[in-house]
Design a protein around this ligand. Structure first.
Ligand code: G4P
Length: 552
């Protein structure tokens, strides 16, 4: 086992010298947060084109075709035309290895997105210029804020009529309490969109409407170039310059430290379909984004330059390919070098595991990885031993802070009408909970042992039922409980016992036997908080580490 020093030089199995520092320095990872339809798929596709990861625009969507051979429940994805699963896309651009953690667009799957954000070092907030901030973006932003991760804003669809750019910035500042720095400034919008003024170069990048599907050509002129007057209407240019002056006088400065602390968001205007502004966005992003950061563990932060490998599981996915009935655990590498076939320790159980078939997942495709570095994500075959939040490490013991569960809003009894199918029912429920497809709560009354499904969105429940039927051959019935709000009790059962009897809520327990209060509405919650000011409630489940959950 390598010694625990700070020297960044490692030796691979083949005797090759590996510079960990270089691997870390040339790595960036990010997730895109957006509301459905803002253009995430389109932007992702354009970014991948720059990395040469795909050869033609449209390839990301065209993958739908390949899904014919993937799992049954992805069938549901196809039927609904939505993206449920998150995948990881890795590509190299300008010598930098970029990991794009893709997240499901549908709001019913935001839990999955929350967990993916736990593995991201940076986030790109994508807005539709006509719609501004939308509910899903706001929600996901809050999750980023919990970890203060740097946010880069791309305001998309400038080729369509949009809101005033200044109001878009005001909205971010006022509603998200996040300062903005416009890296470029649009000249007109919609039919009158003429391009952007790049602030650092004082150049105008002209927009030309390309044929659909083709990339528009980039033409640059200095702001003082007389030719500009012939190409851009004077009133549009004057307006843009006036607005820029305003920003320069009253706006924030470009402060890289504040950007990395998540306190200022650099804002870029562009248009993903026409590929306008995407390359300059990527270039600036790579300059400003933070590399793999130190992660908090029980004994303090772990530097990515720690020589030995550490990582944590942030997502589990079963049956990505029904031909193999596989289960994949997605691990974010946090420190050191991960190498195929290495033996690591599993912090929760203390077991040693040989990681013999690590995979790199690109959308639905897989390849075996030989090695991986901080900021990368690897897929491990998971024969039921991993749970979300689990730490894997080599060398000295490390246990990362787990990943919090977010407050569900829909609660249903899950009934199994066929007692002879109980074994499959139990297996399915336990595995889907482990995977984080849904949260499972239990009634305090031991005689009512049917599980309670707790979800963020209705569609999440549909997927659970669909998968139980298709993957575990059990038909189930859902019975709504009629509650909409869940709160965890700080201090657990002792704190709850201290306040005595409480009304207008149902007390249940989560899979870690911690009390959860369910309320019919926020009014009832507020009432309880007023009646019992000493009771401290939380909408985010406390992080669990080192404890095994109860199973059905
Ligand atoms: P999502 O993944 O965030 O849900 O969004 P997606 O990229 O699928 O884009 C949603 C719609 O917005 C698509 O149109 C897409 O073409 C369009 N769009 C994305 N970026 C831009 C842009 O910069 N300008 C304009 N004008 N439109 C943009 P669609 O009609 O739903 O699909 P499609 O037929 O174009 O594929």
């Amino acid at each position: 086992m390598p010694s625990e020093t700070n020297t960044p030089k490692l030796v691979s199995k083949e005797g090759k010298l590996i510079d960990l520092k270089e691997a870390v320095t040339f790595r960036r990872n990010f997730a895109i947060i957006s509301h459905p339809d803002a253009g995430k798929t389109t932007l992702t596709e354009k970014l991948l084109l720059y990395g040469g990861a795909i050869q033609q625009a449209g390839a990301v969507k065209a993958r739908g075709e390949q899904r014919k051979v993937t799992s049954d429940w992805m069938e549901l994805e196809k039927q609904r035309g939505i993206s449920i699963t998150s995948t990881v896309l890795q590509f190299v651009y300008n010598k930098i290895t970029i990991n794009l953690l893709d997240t499901p667009g549908h709001q019913d799957f935001s839990e999955d997105t929350y967990r993916t954000l736990a593995a991201a070092d940076n986030a790109v907030m994508l807005e539709d210029a006509a719609k501004g901030l939308e509910p899903q973006t706001r929600k996901l932003f809050e999750v980023c804020r919990l970890r203060n991760i740097p946010i880069f804003t791309f305001i998309n669809k400038m080729d369509r009529p949009g809101q005033e750019p200044l109001s878009l910035l005001d909205e971010i500042e006022a509603e998200l309490d996040l300062a903005t720095y416009a890296v470029n400034w649009p000249i007109g919008s919609g039919d009158l969109f003429r391009g952007v003024i790049e602030r650092h170069s004082r150049e105008v990048v002209l927009f030309s409407r390309a044929v659909r599907g083709k990339q528009s050509k980039e033409r640059r002129l200095k702001l003082n170039d007389p030719a500009l007057n012939k190409l851009v209407e004077k009133d549009l240019l004057d307006k843009a310059l006036e607005e820029l002056e305003l920003l320069e006088a009253a706006g924030s400065d470009l402060d890289i430290e504040l950007i990395r602390a998540g306190e200022i968001t650099p804002v870029f205007f562009g248009s993903a379909t026409t590929n306008f502004g995407v390359k300059s966005f990527l270039d600036s992003f790579l300059e400003m984004a933070q590399g793999p950061v130190a992660r908090n563990a029980s004994d303090g932060p772990v530097d990515p330059m720690r020589e030995t490998f550490t990582g944590f599981v942030f997502k589990l996915q079963a049956n990505m390919d029904p031909r193999h009935r596989d289960r994949v655990a997605f691990v974010r590498v946090c420190s050191g070098r991960f190498e195929k076939d290495m033996t690591v320790s599993h912090a929760r159980t203390g077991k040693n595991i040989r990681l013999s078939r690590p995979q790199k997942i690109f959308a639905q495709d897989r390849a075996v990885v030989e090695d991986a570095y901080p900021g990368d994500v690897i897929g491990l075959n998971n024969p039921g031993m991993f749970s979300i939040g689990d730490t894997l490490y080599a060398g000295k013991r490390v246990e990362y802070e787990g990943i919090p569960c977010f407050s569900p809003e829909i609660f249903c009894w899950l009934r199994n009408p066929n007692p002879s199918a109980f074994k499959n029912f139990r297996k399915g429920v336990n595995e889907l909970r482990e995977e984080g497809a849904v949260q499972i709560l239990y009634d305090n009354d031991q005689s009512k042992r049917d599980p309670i499904l707790a979800a963020v969105g209705q569609l999440q429940l549909e997927v659970v039922q669909h998968r139980l039927e298709n993957e575990y051959s059990v038909e189930t019935r859902l019975e709504p409980l009629g509650y909409q709000v869940a709160r965890w009790v700080d201090g657990g059962w002792p704190s709850l016992e201290k306040v005595g009897r409480i009304f207008n809520c149902k007390i249940v327990q989560d899979s870690w036997q911690r009390p959860v209060l369910l309320f019919k509405n926020l009014w009832n919650l507020n009432q309880l908080e007023q009646d019992h000011p000493s009771l401290s409630l939380s909408s985010v489940a406390p992080v669990v580490s080192g404890v095994n959950p109860i199973t059905l």
